[in-house]
Write a protein that binds this ligand. Structure first.
Ligand code: 13P
Ligand code: SF4
Length: 352
């Protein structure tokens, strides 16, 4: 593809300064490093790169979809859309772009490719896996299905395309409970997150349902780190602390939280809630987004880093737009994609 001249060209100084000011307006309330906020100087350092990426996007009819966990300079510098897994999947489905760069993790990019097979879907780093998606293979799911005949097979979107292809319906953190309630089956095989399965089982019981959930052994290596004891300690240190957690956290953690929801629901809820301090039990990128969009709200240092999400960088996004390596171009086997799309489309139907 012909992107040569732009790669070689220096960004015009005036354009770079305007870009630095745009970035600074978005990032000034965000920690650049722990305890250090973004400055105009920091923004001037990255502005040539974000300027270049934004021009490359125009040239290639490309968009960047960013999960809220990736670094703030990606989210506010080059992303065309930022949200949770569900909204990002919808955005990919509805996009007319020829190229989708997915700044997130590989299962999200695979989902985009399944929904938009004619688009070129690129990932900045093919090693951006997910401990949940990597925890279960399709043959392992087939073995579980044989152990639970007749159960509805529900996969969390944090799963491979092959696992989605073996499932009856896909769900995200934002719609799992609603979809499980709407399924006719009483017995549900929910994979691959055993912790989310336990949260869902408790929530179904609390709503008077007698549905029974079986699961596999996966966990999220980020959300698995939070404990109810940690919440109790911080509540003692910060009176009025408001605790917000993701449903990948252990049931005793979600039970001890003031709000539980998908990453976008967490964003919306914090925006609409007044509290002296917030404790976010999730990935640190979400705290950066909250800082950017809620100046004045205070977040105690509770978040954790996802090593996979943190493999994304501006330099890798620029490079993949210029000259993607073969393994950065997401391909999904046609038959796998066809079967996986059935489970994803069913999610869109049942979530509506
Ligand atoms: P959300 O769908 O809530 O954004 O979650 C994705 C994820 O990977 C959380 O760890
Ligand atoms: Fe996967 Fe957890 Fe990282 Fe989300 S935070 S991408 S679930 S490892």
């Amino acid at each position: 593809m012909d992107v040569g001249p732009l790669v070689a060209a220096e960004a015009p100084a005036a354009a770079v300064e305007r870009e630095a000011e745009r970035l600074f307006t978005a990032l000034m309330h965000v920690d650049c490093r722990p305890g250090t906020r973004w400055t105009l100087e920091h923004c001037r350092e990255i502005a040539p790169l974000t300027w270049q990426i934004n021009r490359l996007k125009e040239r290639r009819n490309a968009i960047v979809l960013a999960h809220s966990y990736v670094d703030a300079e990606i989210v506010y510098g080059v992303a065309d859309f930022k949200s949770d897994s569900y909204a990002l999947a919808l955005e990919a489905r509805n996009s007319d772009a020829e190229v989708i760069v997915f700044a997130g993790v590989v299962f999200m990019a695979e989902t985009a490719k399944i929904l938009k097979p004619r688009a070129t879907v690129l990932v900045p780093d093919i090693a951006s896996g997910c401990s949940l998606a990597d925890s279960l293979t399709a043959p392992e799911l087939r073995a579980l299905k044989a152990e639970h005949p007749g159960a509805a097979v529900v996969c969390y979107i944090n799963s491979s395309a092959e696992v989605k292809a073996e499932s009856d319906v896909c769900v995200t953190s934002g719609n799992a409970l609603r979809i499980l309630e709407r399924l006719p089956e009483r017995r549900i095989l929910f994979v691959p997150d055993r912790i989310m399965a336990a949260n869902l089982q408790r929530d179904l019981r609390a709503r008077g349902s007698d549905k029974q959930i079986f699961s596999s052994a996966g966990t999220c290596l980020v959300h698995d780190q939070f404990t109810a004891a940690g919440i109790a300690e911080e509540r003692a240190r910060f009176p009025g602390l408001y605790v917000v957690s993701h449903p990948e956290c252990a049931p005793e953690v979600t039970a001890a939280s003031d709000f539980v929801g998908s990453t976008q629901a967490m964003m919306d809820h914090v925006r609409d809630t007044d509290a002296p301090y917030f404790m976010m039990l999730t990935e640190c990128g979400l705290v950066s987004r909250l800082q950017a969009e809620n100046a004045g709200k205070r977040f105690i240092g509770s978040c954790r880093l996802c090593p996979y999400m943190k493999l994304n960088s501006l330099a890798k996004i620029r490079d993949v737009l210029v000259d993607p390596a073969p393994d950065q171009v997401i391909e999904v086997d046609v038959e796998v994609a066809r079967a996986a799309k059935v489970s994803i489309d069913r999610m869109f139907d049942l979530a509506a």
